[in-house]
Design a binder for this molecule. Structure first.
Ligand code: ASP
Ligand code: MG
Length: 458
């Protein structure tokens, strides 16, 4: 069995879905569990609907709801016009789903009150609609496809908008449901992103969560592989929006992929790797617009060569510097500092310490006022704004001869505020001024990937 997940752009419209269905058709021998996202931009639209309804803007709400209905009805029409019986049935389903959504959105609009629970219900309709239409389209192509409601198997915590998967429940339910759905069928299809808690109330996994769903399903069924079909040729050596001559990586390790995903490389949801690692299931990142491309394989570390794979960055961070003489020769100081971060739910990325100083980086979106106030009661605190974190990622780079020279020589003209070399051996990270970021990333990429010979001159 394999899991094939198709993101929003792979199911955006008639052409994309037609291409996607032929990709699925070519893999029927592997018994695919197909996991789909909402059609591209539909989840954004559903967020807008819930905002408009919460603001009691009836006109806007109705306009958006009818746009959603006509997009899906129009798509069903295009995909199924040669199979009138299926088209009729699909229209009944699409309209029933849209009626249900209209009812909820209009009720929210009347009350002007939107709970997270109702918001989760509203944004789940994207995947419910896309999977319904695509299931009919697959059947119309002669692929006997059964439909599984992910809400019955993707069990999460009560956090309605960012449910945390309850793995024992998922593993207990998914295999039986998939096997049953497969009987007499060529394929099964289900939704990414959506689930429910143990009380049966609807939840979602958080934005971009369909990859995570696919990986959890793959883990639960012990899939041979998990395929993440997207609209790029795979994972690249750097973000192509910053660097021109990036290369596509043929294979990387789970650890390297996890590090890269945390930089919002936008290719994979950061939690996707974890379930796959547990059962050592390879993940392939593939391009549905270029299905014959090789994509990127994400494999266990033993199959991956040592060396640099990526220059990643976080553009907008701040450094919090904490100084205190009390730190010298005492214990428990670090605990006190990090308890403050933890109590205020501020997530720390890099840490470096010396005798009387701790520096940490946090994302600029974190609210740190309370942290700074509390730390200031026993230490001097200086916050440096407008910084960026750069990370060089690759298996065993920390152990490779000359790697620090290769990393820092291209940077010899700029200020480096913090350096942290993870014990994981896959990551060397440092902090620079935000205004230098583009140059730094370009220079590093050039020396590490494009013209490594230039470094020899130093
Ligand atoms: N449709 C959801 C989103 O846009 C989940 C996903 O596509 O992964 O966030
Ligand atoms: Mg996605």
């Amino acid at each position: 069995m394999i899991v094939m997940k198709f993101g929003g752009t792979s199911v955006a419209n008639f052409e994309a879905i037609t291409r996607t269905i032929s990709i699925i058709e070519s893999k029927l021998d592997s018994r695919p569990v197909v996991v789909v996202s909402a059609l591209s931009k539909v989840t954004d639209l559903l967020y807008k609907i819930s905002d408009a309804a919460a603001a009691r803007n009836q006109e806007e709400t109705s306009g958006l709801l009818s746009a959603l209905r006509s997009r899906h009805a129009g798509l069903a029409e295009e995909l199924l016009h040669e199979s009138p019986a299926l088209l009729e049935e699909a229209m009944v389903r699409v309209n029933a789903l849209c009626d249900e959504l209209d009812g909820i959105a209009n009720a929210v609009c009347a009350l002007g009150e939107l709970s997270d629970r109702n918001k989760a219900i509203i944004i789940s309709f994207g995947e419910r609609l896309s999977s319904t239409v695509i299931c009919f389209a697959m059947n119309a192509k002669g692929i006997r496809t059964n439909f599984i409601d992910a809400r019955k198997m993707m069990i999460t915590s009560d956090a309605y908008l960012k449910g945390e998967p309850v793995e024992e429940e998922i593993c207990a339910r998914v295999p039986a449901m998939v096997t049953e759905a497969y009987s007499g069928m060529d394929a099964v299809i289900t939704q990414g992103f959506i689930g429910s808690n143990l009380k049966g109330e609807q939840t979602v996994l958080g934005r971009g969560g369909s990859d995570y769903s696919a990986s959890l399903i793959g883990m639960a069924v012990g899939a041979q592989q998990i395929e993440i079909w997207t609209d790029v040729d795979g994972v690249r050596t750097a973000d192509p929006r910053k660097v021109e001559n990036t290369l596509c990586l043929e294979r990387i390790s789970f650890e390297e992929a996890a590090e890269m995903a945390h930089f919002g490389a936008k290719v994979l949801h950061p939690l996707t790797i974890e379930p796959a690692v547990k059962k050592c299931i390879p993940i392939y990142v593939l391009n549905s617009m270029n299905p014959s491309g090789k994509g990127t394989a994400i494999l266990r570390s033993e199959l991956i060569e040592d060396g640099v794979k990526s220059v990643s960055f976080k553009e907008n961070i701040r450094v919090i510097n904490i100084f205190s003489m009390k730190m010298i020769n005492t214990s428990g100081f670090l605990r006190r500092v990090f308890e403050i971060f933890s109590e205020n739910k501020v997530s720390v990325d890099l840490i470096s310490t010396s005798e009387a100083n701790i520096s940490v980086t946090v994302d600029s979106s974190e609210k740190i006022d309370k942290v700074v106030e509390e730390l200031s009661s026993f230490a001097d605190v200086i916050v440096d704004e407008d910084k960026s974190q750069v990370s060089v990622i690759g298996k065993n780079i920390v152990r490779l001869n000359g790697m620090l020279k290769k990393t820092f020589t291209p940077l010899r003209r700029c200020n480096v505020y913090m350096i942290s070399q993870g014990a994981s051996f896959v990551n060397i990270s440092f902090v620079v001024d935000r205004e230098e970021l583009t140059d730094v990333v370009k220079e590093l990429h050039r020396h590490l990937f494009e013209h490594p010979e230039e470094l020899e001159a130093f």
